[in-house]
Design a protein around this ligand. Structure first.
Ligand SMILES: NC(=O)c1ccc[n+]([C@@H]2O[C@H](COP(=O)([O-])OP(=O)(O)OC[C@H]3O[C@@H](n4cnc5c(N)ncnc54)[C@H](OP(=O)(O)O)[C@@H]3O)[C@@H](O)[C@H]2O)c1
Length: 270
């Protein structure tokens, strides 16, 4: 009988979008982790090419030069004794091609970038399966958001109306966010129909009532410096108090009985 060997070698990681807001946090975490080793940093600013990513980000030397040559880096990665992971934190415009290239080189994609369409996701899934390669799509790494999604699923049994409202900084490329879409999908998978119209509804401006199912509304605000400001989930039944879950930047707060349209009652800690 043969026994599968479990490797304890650190996972080699390439970060694409290494100098962005998420990329720099990812590199800090990878540099501090014992079970991961950074082997590549992709960024597109020509002034930074060849410089050590750790030095550029102010973390001290990591001996990983910044490159914009994705193919060469993936080819190098595919020669590693341990299969590398590429963590993509770039832009919706390039994520599909990035992930296809990673899979073609046998590199596991971990997709933090949001904005892939359902068709693109399905195509990448099929391509990864054909290549016998696993991957992860994680629209939000924040624990508070995962808790809010779980809370939404629990609470949704008791409510017929749900709306997801989010506010982002003015550099947010996709709307609604991957997080809002994922939350709506999770609620949709429960098989319950939310938001049945109570009157004959007219939408004069397309999207004014939000996306289908669990309605999602996305706003951006100039001058906001956070990665995202807040995500709010409203669950409501006619004649009953509204439940509201909020993730401010640092956590999740859930309360019962706040206003159906937030007027800053403060009960949810926001
Ligand atoms: N999964 C999560 O938890 C999570 C959390 C927050 C954000 N996100 C998502 O992660 C992605 C990155 O967010 P961020 O806040 O880090 O954005 P960001 O600060 O703008 O960083 C994006 C990075 O990607 C690079 N980039 C942008 N457009 C590119 C293109 N067309 N080709 C190649 N590289 C490109 C940028 O390079 P330059 O520096 O040269 O512009 C930068 O390094 C977004 O999709 C965002 O929605 C995910």
């Amino acid at each position: 009988m043969t026994t599968a060997s479990i490797t304890t070698a650190p996972i080699p990681v390439i970060v694409n979008g290494a100098t962005g807001k998420m990329g720099r946090e990812a590199i800090k975490a990878i540099a501090a982790a014992e079970d991961m080793v950074l082997i590549g940093a992709l960024a597109r600013n020509p002034a930074l090419l060849g410089q050590d990513i750790g030095e550029v980000l102010g973390y001290g030397a990591l001996e990983v030069p910044i490159t914009n040559d994705k193919e060469a880096l993936f080819a190098m990665g595919s020669q590693q004794p341990e299969v590398p992971v590429v963590l993509d934190l770039t832009h919706p415009a390039v994520i599909y091609e990035n992930v296809r290239a990673a899979i073609a080189y046998g590199i596991f994609p971990v997709i933090g970038t949001t904005g892939l369409s359902p068709d693109q996701l399905a195509e990448l899934d099929a391509f990864a399966q054909k290549s016998s390669l696993g991957g992860l799509v994680i629209p939000n790494f924040a624990i508070g958001m995962v808790l809010m999604q779980q809370a939404a699923i629990q609470a949704s049994r008791f409510y017929d109306h749900v709306e997801i409202i989010e506010l982002h900084h003015d550099q947010k490329a996709d709307a609604p966010s991957g997080t809002a879409i994922k939350t709506a999908q999770m609620l949709g998978e429960l098989g319950k129909t939310f938001n049945l119209p109570k009157v004959q509804e007219t939408e004069t401006l397309a999207g004014a009532r939000g996306g289908d199912g669990a309605r999602a509304f996305a706003s951006t605000a100039s001058g906001c410096r956070g990665w995202w400001l807040t995500s709010k989930l409203f669950l409501a039944n006619r004649g009953k108090p509204t439940a509201c879950a909020t993730t401010p930047r640092t956590g999740v707060a859930i309360c019962q009985g706040c206003c159906s349209v937030c007027a800053g009652c403060g009960k949810c800690g926001d």
